[in-house]
Ligand binder design. Structure first.
Ligand SMILES: C[S@@+](CC[C@H](N)C(=O)[O-])C[C@H]1O[C@@H](n2cnc3c(N)ncnc32)[C@H](O)[C@@H]1O
Length: 287
């Protein structure tokens, strides 16, 4: 299927979406989930992100513009060029960022990041990638391309998943088996659900310098029951965002999902339950 790119999205190309598989899908519920996710995780994702002196930011895998919006609020002086492959995501980003696109604070580009080639190479003061590289078959290629677009000394921020770290107490076998299928499916469509752990290797191989990695845990128990409940719900929504795909692929059954829902309800009721997950933040500089 070919589509025509709407006005307001630049570097227009006709892109075939036929072969692209994407774990979460692109429907409106998923798009709303991305907006909620960005707001919900903002205090964690933006801790340590210093873009006060950045003028031109490259955001790769900008999706519906959820992070773009936050970046503009936090750092009002920056101009952002956002890149995504999906027309549906960019359509929503265009609606969300209408004012900023008109005032030329934001430009949107439809491109496959593995072939990233923007008109203004070596222009950007920084790059921002969030929950993105896990979806790309050749993340090293993306990072090499991003590096080519950065000024010497420009900072890259990568915030990525490390799905191996998800843990809940009491034991939840149906949940864990669904989570295995979720990650295994992503692996088979050439994504990488554990990519956070590889960011150091990838940034080094791409030629970045001053590479720093931080393990950023969400660890909640009876000391912080409100956050624990919120995070259990939030993660469950992430798992369920792949429900249709995993059922269609024959990887999980409705009965398993019903069981998993019971387990999650049980964990939420348990006084001494534990929720743990950790993402990885990598920062580095273009040489
Ligand atoms: C989970 S979303 C994250 C979006 C945004 N960074 C956020 O945090 O809300 C991942 C995005 O990567 C995009 N994407 C996947 N593969 C891509 C590729 N090869 N090139 C550009 N974008 C891609 C998808 O279309 C999707 O919008």
């Amino acid at each position: 299927m070919n589509f025509i790119v709407p006005t307001g999205i630049e570097n227009i190309k006709t892109v075939s979406m036929e072969k692209q598989k994407y774990l979460h899908g692109f429907d409106r519920v998923e798009q709303e989930r991305l907006l909620f996710q960005a707001d919900f995780l903002e205090p964690y994702v933006y801790a340590g992100i210093e873009l006060q002196s950045c003028k031109n930011l490259l955001e790769v895998g900008c999706g519906v513009g959820a992070q773009t919006q936050i970046l503009l609020r936090r750092f009002p002086k920056i101009k952002i060029d956002g890149v995504d492959r999906s027309d549906k995501q960019l359509q929503m980003a265009k609606e969300l960022l209408e004012k900023e696109i008109k005032s030329k604070k934001v430009r949107l580009f439809q491109q496959d990041a593995e072939k990233l080639a923007l008109p203004d190479r070596e222009k950007y003061d920084a790059a921002f990638l969030c929950w993105f590289l896990e979806h790309v078959p050749r993340p090293l290629e993306v990072l090499k391309r991003v590096k080519k677009h950065l000024k010497p000394g420009a900072e890259i921020y990568c915030t990525e998943v490390f799905n191996q770290t998800l843990f809940m107490e009491p034991y939840t076998p149906a949940y864990l088996s669904y989570w295995f299928q979720f990650n295994d499916y992503q692996w088979t469509i050439k994504g990488h659900p554990f990519i956070g752990a590889n960011l150091g290797n990838l940034l080094k191989a791409a030629g970045f310098v001053d590479i720093k990695l931080e393990v950023r845990p969400f660890h909640f128990d009876s000391r912080n029951p409100r956050q624990r409940a919120e995070f259990i719900d939030f993660f469950f929504d992430i798992l369920l965002s792949a429900e249709k795909t995993l059922v269609a692929e024959g990887r999980v059954t409705k009965a398993q999902i019903a069981l998993m829902k019971e387990e999650v309800a049980m964990v939420k009721k348990t006084k001494d339950s534990v929720f743990f997950y950790s993402f990885i933040r990598a920062t580095a500089k273009a040489p």
